[in-house]
Design a protein around this ligand. Structure first.
Ligand SMILES: Cc1cc2nc3c(=O)[nH]c(=O)nc-3n(C[C@H](O)[C@H](O)[C@H](O)COP(=O)(O)O)c2cc1C
Length: 334
C-alpha cells in the first residue's frame, strides 16, 4: 500500500498543526490512537489516515473500532476548521483503492464560527472518558433529546436504554463478553500491552471494573483479586445508550465515529461525561444479539453511559511530530 505521508515532517503550517492537535484528542480504544495526519499543500487541507500498525488484532480484527476512532478524529478536525472561521469541505474515503485513507478535509468559504460551534470546539480539550460510577442525578429529558439530534445530524441513532428489563439484558450481554475477554489469555495480554504511561496509564484504571450495572474492562486484572457485591452495582450507572448506523461498512464506521464525537463534545460542553462498554460488539455472536434486541434493522456501533463525574486528568497523546506528515499521495480519486 502506498504511504501517503512523510514523517517526520518539518515546518507544518499553523492550521495543519491546529487541526492535528484537535484530531489527536479524539477517543480511541485503549488510547491506541490508530491514526496519522497529513497536511495538504501548505495549509491548504488536511488528511486523516488509519495507522494500521496500531490496530488491536484480537479485539478489533476488522478495524471497525479503529475506524470509529478515525471518525471521531475527523469530527474534531472539522470542528477545528470551523473554529478558524471556514466551512469544512469533507471528502470521506476519497481514494477507493486506499481504504486506510479515511478522509480529506479542505477549507471552504469563510463563515464566522457560531456560539454552539465555539462551545463544541472548547470541549475538544476538556472531554474525558470516565470509568466507574457517576454522581447521583439524572440527565434532563431535553438533554437526551438534544443528544439524539446531534447523533442524527451525522447519520446515526443514539437510543437510550431506560427500561429495567432491557437494561438487565444489555448488562448480561456486556458481562458475557467481558467474562470471555477476561478468561482469554491472548486478549488479556493485548489489553495489558495498552496499559502504561505512553497510552492508558495504570492510574486511569485503578477503580474496580464491576462498580456499575455494566461490566467495565478489567485493564489491571482486579476482578481476580476481589469482587464487588451485585447489589452495590445498582447505583451510579447513569443513562445507558446504544449508538447505531443503518449500514456496517467503513463509511458507516466513520459516520458512527463522527456522531459519537459530536455527542461526546456536546455532552462535555455541559459537564456530562461518557463511559464505554463496547465488549459485546467485539464478538460477532454477541454483537448479533445486541442488534436483534436493541437496534433491529440497524448495526450497533457503540455502547456507552453518560452522567456527571469529577474531572479526571487528560490521558497522554502521541507527539505531533510523529503523527503529522505531508501529503505525498497522487491526486487520483479527487
Ligand atoms: C471505539 C472505542 C471503543 C472504546 N471502548 C472502551 C471500553 O470498552 N472501555 C473503556 O474504558 N474505554 C473505551 N474507550 C475509551 C478509550 O479508552 C479512551 O478514549 C482512551 O483511553 C483515551 O482517553 P480519553 O477518551 O479520556 O481521551 C473506547 C473508545 C473508542 C473510540
Amino acid at each position: 500500500m502506498t504511504t501517503a505521508y512523510r514523517i517526520p515532517y518539518r515546518n507544518p503550517g499553523h492550521a495543519a498543526l491546529h487541526l492535528a492537535r484537535a484530531a489527536s484528542l479524539a477517543p480511541s480504544p485503549h488510547n491506541v490512537q490508530p491514526w496519522l495526519f497529513a497536511e495538504v499543500g501548505h495549509d491548504r487541507g488536511f488528511e486523516v489516515h488509519a495507522d494500521t500498525g496500531r490496530r488491536l488484532l484480537l479485539t478489533d480484527p476488522g478495524g471497525r473500532e479503529a475506524t470509529i476512532a478515525g471518525g471521531a478524529a475527523l469530527f474534531n478536525a472539522r470542528t477545528a476548521v470551523r473554529q478558524l472561521g471556514f466551512r469544512a469541505v469533507v471528502d470521506v474515503l476519497p481514494v477507493p483503492r486506499r481504504p486506510d485513507f479515511l478522509a480529506r478535509v479542505g477549507f471552504g468559504a469563510h463563515a464566522p464560527v457560531t456560539r454552539p460551534e465555539a462551545r463544541m470546539a472548547w470541549a475538544i480539550g476538556h472531554r474525558r472518558t470516565h470509568r466507574g460510577r457517576f454522581a447521583p442525578g439524572r440527565l434532563s429529558e431535553s438533554l437526551l433529546d438534544d443528544l439524539s439530534v446531534q447523533a442524527r445530524a451525522e447519520g446515526a441513532e443514539l437510543q437510550p436504554v431506560h427500561d429495567a428489563d432491557r437494561l438487565e439484558l444489555l448488562a448480561e450481554l456486556v458481562r458475557t463478553a467481558e467474562d470471555r475477554h477476561r478468561t482469554d489469555h491472548g486478549h488479556a495480554a493485548e489489553l495489558a500491552r495498552c496499559v502504561g504511561p505512553w497510552g492508558l496509564p495504570a492510574e486511569a484504571c485503578l477503580g474496580h471494573p464491576d462498580l456499575t450495572v455494566l461490566a467495565g474492562r478489567d485493564y489491571l486484572g482486579l476482578a481476580h483479586r476481589y469482587t464487588v457485591p451485585v447489589r452495590s452495582r445498582r447505583v451510579g450507572t447513569g443513562t445507558v445508550f446504544v449508538l447505531s448506523t443503518p449500514g456496517d461498512g467503513r463509511a458507516d464506521w466513520l459516520r458512527a465515529g463522527q456522531a459519537l464525537q459530536r455527542v461526546l463534545l456536546y455532552a462535555a460542553a455541559r459537564d456530562v461525561v461518557a463511559a464505554f462498554h463496547t465488549q459485546p460488539l467485539e464478538l460477532p455472536a454477541l454483537r448479533a444479539e445486541v442488534r436483534t434486541w436493541f437496534t433491529p434493522g440497524r448495526f450497533p456501533q457503540m455502547l456507552l453511559r453518560l452522567g456527571h463525574a469529577a474531572p479526571t486528568p487528560r490521558l497522554p497523546r502521541r507527539p505531533l511530530d510523529g503523527l503529522l506528515g505531508h501529503e505525498s499521495a497522487p491526486a487520483s480519486g479527487r
